[in-house]
Design a protein around this ligand. Structure first.
Ligand SMILES: *Cc1c(COP(=O)(O)O)cnc(C)c1O
Length: 458
């Protein structure tokens, strides 16, 4: 029997997260006055213990025991060799994936949800508000809040709320409350609905609503939580790559190509940052974030200062952005419809440490079905974007006759996204690509903002 899975024992779980901020130079986030934001300015939005992580330049940060206790419900996750996919592609490449679909909510997102719920609880917070795209983050945070006895209120992008009703049921099963966004419950939402009652919504709008709901709670016991993009979120996800490295070491392997789909950048960063660290220290490894061509943040949008949300509540962040008011085409990979990209991931792209790719919706579903029929797990629509790139790289290795080692992140399963598969099989899904005119229009919003410096960390 071939090696199919590499399993770590419970006591081999990493005890520290890797903070890439220690190893790269970053432009600071800017406040409304054009100056770098101070930790205090973020205090109404996030608890101070998470703000400290957001700005920390300490390379290794201890994972609290209470967080490890909850994570150990499903971690360490398996590293799996995709032998059946290799056979079907007839490729000499060795393909491995980290299976993050085994968590209770079915994705990588609880890695940070659990940590964030813990730090909020420690800080005395009673209730957390958030937004969700496809519903993965809302369900992950509802699950995490249930473990720590916190209330959870989730603003869900309307198009996904309509397409994925069972995500709401999952949130409710874990005690969370789910509201379609834009909603009449906030000033931001009511204003947007007045101008555009049929809007499909966007992550940018939902973030604005969730922040507004947190900072206007008169009790002062509510904070906001974000499931991607921010430094501390990416930090919490590095447990994926740290485990993967140990697992590959156990079988004497090291990846030549590391692949993850990228929406806000967290699952990609989680797998990739520990390898990016090696690359900065001279190791040869290609690192590929993959995004949908309908929302081509890294591959087409410029590196600028822009807001993280539509209503401009957030500081200006140095990132690749299509414009804070960008409403992407209604593709089913709801988690990949964000207008920006994590500043840390953007910085690595600017420095050429990672090499971004984009794929079309139909190509990604085709890859998703191939993986379902080989490795068995039905992938989340987001994950299928990574899979299309994996297949492309495996076929390239075949054409070149090279035994490349490919590692990718299986960020989640698609069992709550079967409506999208149904449409794909009925031939109702189509490709969208962003026209240059629409892109220019949407990017006009940041033309008067300050420009980030092109920094080099080497
Ligand atoms: C949310 C989500 C993504 C995209 O978010 P990132 O922050 O870019 O990881 C990708 N895959 C799955 C399964 C998700 O739930």
């Amino acid at each position: 029997m071939k090696t199919q899975k590499v399993i770590l024992n419970s006591d081999e779980i990493p005890r520290q997260w890797y903070n890439i901020q220690a190893d790269i130079k970053m432009n600071p986030p800017l406040g409304p006055d054009g100056n770098p934001v101070t930790p205090d300015a973020l205090a109404p939005v996030f608890p101070m213990n998470l703000i400290e992580q957001e700005v920390s330049d300490q390379r290794w940060i201890d994972i609290p025991e209470a967080v490890l206790d909850v994570l150990s419900m499903w971690r360490p996750t398996p590293l799996v060799r995709a032998t059946r996919l290799e056979e079907v592609l007839d490729t000499p490449a060795k393909i491995y994936f980290k299976n993050e679909s085994v968590s209770p909510p079915g994705s990588h997102k609880p890695n940070t949800a659990v940590a964030q719920a813990y730090y909020n609880k420690e800080f005395g917070i009673k209730k957390i508000t958030t937004e969700t795209g496809a519903g993965q983050w809302g369900s992950a945070l509802s699950f995490a809040c249930s473990q720590f006895g916190l209330e959870c209120k989730v603003y869900m992008v309307r198009i996904s709320f309509d397409q994925k009703p069972y995500r709401k049921s999952m949130m409710e099963a874990w005690g969370g409350k789910c509201i379609p966004s834009p909603s009449m419950a906030t000033k931001t939402g009511a204003e947007i609905l007045k101008n555009d009652p049929d809007t499909p919504g966007s992550l940018g709008i939902a973030i604005s609503e969730a922040i507004e709901a947190a900072v206007t709670d008169p009790s002062g016991e509510t904070r906001y939580s974000l499931g991607s993009v921010l430094n501390h979120v990416l930090l919490h996800q590095t447990i994926i790559g740290l485990e993967a490295k140990k697992q590959m070491e156990k079988i004497g392997e090291y990846p030549e190509i590391v692949i993850g789909c990228a929406g806000g950048g967290s699952n990609f960063a989680g797998l990739a940052f520990p390898f990016a660290s090696d690359k900065m220290n001279g190791r040869d490894v290609e690192i590929l974030p993959v995004e949908p061509s309908a929302c081509p943040t890294l591959t087409r949008a410029p590196f600028v200062y822009d807001h993280g949300d539509t209503a401009k509540f957030t500081p200006l962040m140095p990132m690749h952005s299509l414009g804070h008011a960008f409403v992407p085409a209604p593709i089913h990979a709801g988690g990949l419809r964000y207008h920006g990209m994590a500043p840390l991931v953007s910085q690595l792209a600017v420095e050429g440490i990672i090499d971004p790719r984009s794929v079309s919706q139909l190509k990604s579903y085709e890859a998703g079905v191939t993986l379902a029929r080989t490795e068995g797990i039905i992938p989340a629509p987001e994950t299928t974007n990574a899979l299309a790139c994996v297949i492309e790289e495996a076929l390239k290795a075949k054409a070149e006759g090279k035994e490349k080692v490919i590692l990718f992140n299986w960020s989640g399963h698609g069992l709550v996204d079967l409506g999208a598969y149904e449409k794909y099989f009925a031939g109702e899904l189509k490709d969208y690509s962003l026209s240059e005119e629409d892109q220019a229009k949407s990017e006009s919003v940041f033309k008067d903002f300050p420009k980030p410096e092109i920094l080099s960390s080497k």
